[in-house]
Design a binder for this molecule. Structure first.
Ligand code: MCN
Length: 759
């Protein structure tokens, strides 16, 4: 068993090279002038005083990039209701004629130092003519109401449906009972530890972008659309990236503007963003309202389900925002349940707020939240034990094709739940609840039995390369960037397991100016099952390739060579050569390029939370948390546990603390850590009382490792489980509808209101 991850030493001893640690000779520094309002026409922009400021090199505005930079791209590979195509109104790297959200970049100041650039930004004077801001997503807007883009009628860019509309309607018509629940999935800000930064350069006719990234290849393609050059002329470079969580998947306007300036000025341009800029201008996430309904027969079997959802996409379409964050929601529409007819409709609305995109779980936590809140609510309405209600409706045989089109290949939903029930002492809950009551506290319990699709990716193939160094060390090139998931360790485990060389001799590289591979980024919890699968097969190919090289080296027929424990040997003799020696002796001959692709598979789990609320203060505490997850075969248990804990922290963060709030004028009220509460010590999973993380692996045959993704499971399972527990506790005190976040103040107010009603 490893003591830790291979990458930990470097990072814990301050030797990690983060994006803002990069510098290039002769670099200049950038600072962005941003819109201070949500929606306005730019009447004039006067940069003369700023340009005259000592040390200022150039000022780039929306007018300057016209013609040179195209819109940031966005495409949707599916059509909507009635064949509707996505309306992409376009997004310039710097605002042109109009600003559409507070924080939108309007101009880039380039100066000899970051401080000078920031000072000069104060001297840029922009005259605006305000327009009405649209802040909330609406199903329909009144004629004449404000439009975020004139080209998008009703502010709706897509109206999408999935599943069986007629069949589900028919089932609802004959149902013994129907149950409905409307929920709001709040808006959150990703907040990686490292704020966004970039260093842009134009070198030998190539654009070089050192930036926060989750995968170079996807970003190169996106940049290619903006810069109008083929991806081969672009390099995206990074070593350490201080967290991704989905919000580092796409390119951003600032990167494009910096590349434009670097080429124009013939000097590298460096920009280091601040935390305020993370809040204002990073992609934000979730913000979806869901109206869900179940049709039930007299025995508590689900006959059909329907969802009507409305997503707030912000002011512009992020490159992958509409697809990953919203349409992807309905991928696992009917969850783990055997439902004859399921249907979902989702409309994507523009507002004058920061653009939305993927964030840990990328839509799947939204679907699991909408569905698992509804299922728990239905059990309560029926007066049934929520575990029993789920048990009655589980899918039991595989393969199982769901309404949204996916086919689940494997799973043991009941086995997963049974393990979680036992670990949570399900039957003992009434006495624990009574004990809490004796201490004046409300104890609620919530469950979720989630499933998600992990592993999809836009790129047709994942390429990898393995290249040997002179000392028998192996460099592994892979398209998925490692920014906390432990890929250096788990990929090395896979390669070491096949090639029999020490893990420490394997180095992972995912981006650099000196190599070019294509493939999918880290996202959708795909790295292990998809790229890990390619690496595993690639290593086996390498062993095969080495047979001929070893035969030559050992002067034997290839048929007489065997490979085991890192050595090629002439069968039945002691004549042998290790793979490392062979690679060192025959430079280049043992290098390998390999590509393949593995797609979606379906991790699932059962999470059970118990929460205690103190009515006098509104404080909520997680007093028991059991997660039993089926991630298929597991390569590294310690890392998987860390990943589940990380996901739980993000689920608990959204349920108890975090929420991004805009006022009616579109000003962000939660623009710093003073207003936006991140989970603190005490609220982290490691501090949760009674935390139990269990595995229930059911290997999948959909990839060579039998692995399912796990990087987002913690959040997909915990959002509904925790909120179901909160709602269960509140209902004991007569509180009705209650939405996230369950902050002490909001809980206290809800309890006070219920108390007043009862009095
Ligand atoms: N693993 C394993 N066995 C399995 C599944 C996974 O040993 N059956 C290991 C993998 O080898 C990998 C880790 O667990 O080391 C996570 O693997 P995987 O589920 O493939 O997810 P990815 O590596 O693709 O990571 C993406 C996922 C996503 S989408 C977000 S968002 C996220 C997350 O991971 N962002 C993170 N976890 C994060 N963790 C950190 N520290 N920082 C982020 O930004």
């Amino acid at each position: 068993m490893l003591k830790g991850r291979l990458e930990d030493d470097r990072m814990l001893t301050g030797r990690g090279k983060y994006v803002s640690d990069w510098n290039l000779p002769g670099q200049a520094y950038g600072h962005f002038v941003r819109s201070d309002r949500a929606h306005a026409d730019i009447v004039s922009l006067d940069a003369a005083a700023a340009l005259a400021h000592p040390g200022v090199i150039a000022i780039v505005t929306g007018e300057d990039i016209k013609g040179a930079l195209k819109s940031l791209p966005c495409a949707l590979p599916v059509k909507g209701r009635g064949g509707m195509e996505l309306i992409h109104p376009g997004r310039p790297a710097l605002a042109q004629g109009r600003v559409r959200f507070t924080g939108e970049p309007v101009a880039l100041i380039v100066a000899e130092s970051a401080a000078v650039a920031a000072d000069a930004a104060e001297l840029v004077s922009v005259e605006y003519r305000d327009r009405d801001a649209v802040v909330k997503a609406l199903d329909a807007v009144e004629p004449g109401a404000a439009l975020v883009h004139d080209s998008v009628p009703g502010n709706i860019v897509m109206d999408y449906e999935s599943g069986d509309d007629a069949g589900s309607k028919a089932a609802f018509a004959k149902a013994a009972r129907t149950v409905e629940l409307e929920v709001d999935i709040s808006r959150v800000v990703g907040n990686p530890m490292e704020p966004r930064a970039c260093l842009a350069a134009f070198v030998n006719d190539q654009y070089h972008l050192y930036a926060c990234t989750q995968g170079a290849a996807i970003m190169r393609n996106q940049l290619s659309a903006v810069l109008g050059v083929p991806p081969e002329q672009i390099r995206v470079i990074a070593e350490e990236v201080g967290g991704g969580f989905g919000v580092r998947f796409n390119i951003y306007p600032e990167y494009c503007a910096a590349l434009f300036a670097a080429k124009k000025l013939g000097r590298p341009v460096k920009w280091t963003g601040t935390r305020s800029e993370v809040f204002l201008a990073d992609e934000q996430a979730r913000d979806i309202r869901s109206k869900g309904a179940l049709a039930l027969d007299a025995n508590g079997r689900i006959l059909a389900m329907r969802f009507d959802m409305l997503a707030n996409l912000g002011a512009y379409l992020a490159p992958t925002g509409p697809f990953i964050n919203t349409i992807g929601i309905v991928n696992c529409l009917s969850g783990v349940y055997d439902v004859p007819a399921a249907y979902a409709r989702i409309r994507l609305a523009l507002t004058n707020t920061a653009p939305m995109a993927a964030y840990r779980g990328a839509g799947r936590p939204v679907m699991s939240y909408a569905l698992e809140r509804l299922v728990e609510h239905a059990a309560r309405e029926l007066g049934m034990d929520p575990a029993e209600f789920r048990r009655r409706n589980f899918i039991r045989s595989f393969p199982y094709k769901i309404a949204a089109g996916f086919e689940y290949d494997s799973g043991d939903f009941e086995g997963v739940m049974n393990k979680a029930l036992a670990a949570s002492d399900w039957k003992g809950f009434p006495s624990r609840k009574a004990e809490s009551q004796r201490h004046g506290r409300l104890r609620g319990r919530g469950m979720s039995t989630y499933i998600e699709a992990t592993g999809a990716g836009f790129a047709p193939q994942d390429q990898i390369e393995m290249r040997w160094g002179a000392q028998g060390e192996l460099t592994l090139f892979a398209p998925t960037h490692n920014h906390g998931q432990g890929h250096e360790t788990t990929y090395a485990q896979l390669v070491s397991g096949v090639l029999g060389i020490p893990m420490e001799k394997i180095k992972l590289r995912t981006a650099g100016p000196d190599f070019y591979i294509t493939g999918n980024a880290t996202g959708g919890s795909r790295s292990l099952l998809a790229v890990g699968g390619v690496i595993y097969l690639g290593a086996q190919e390498l062993v095969k390739k080495g047979m001929a090289v070893a035969a030559e080296a050992l002067e034997a027929a290839q048929a007489d060579i065997e490979f085991a424990a890192g050595e090629y040997r002439i069968k039945g003799t002691d004549r042998k050569i290790s793979i490392q020696q062979l690679a060192a002796r025959e430079p280049g001959k043992m290098d390998l390029a390999y590509a393949n692709k593995f797609g979606a598979c379906f991790p699932n789990g059962c999470h059970i939370a118990e929460v205690e609320i103190t009515p006098e203060t509104g404080e909520a505490e997680v007093v028991s948390y059991v997660a039993c997850d089926d991630a298929g075969n597991i390569i590294n248990h310690q890392i998987v546990e860390g990943q589940v804990q990380g996901g739980l922290a993000q689920g608990a963060g959204q349920v108890f603390d975090e929420v991004a709030v805009y006022d009616e004028a579109g000003q962000l009220l939660t623009g710093s850590f003073m207003d936006y509460a991140m989970p603190r010590p005490g609220g982290m999973p490691s501090d949760m009382r009674g935390l139990k993380l269990l595995e229930h692996p059911v290997p999948t045959k959909l990839n060579p490792l039998g692995a399912k993704g796990v990087g987002e499971a913690g959040v997909t399972g915990s959002l509904p489980a925790l909120m179901n527990a909160v709602v269960d506790a509140l209902q004991q005190a007569g509180v009705g509808r209650f939405e996230m976040p369950a902050t002490p103040r909001r809980l206290w107010e809800a309890l006070q209101a219920a108390h007043r009603r009862a009095a």
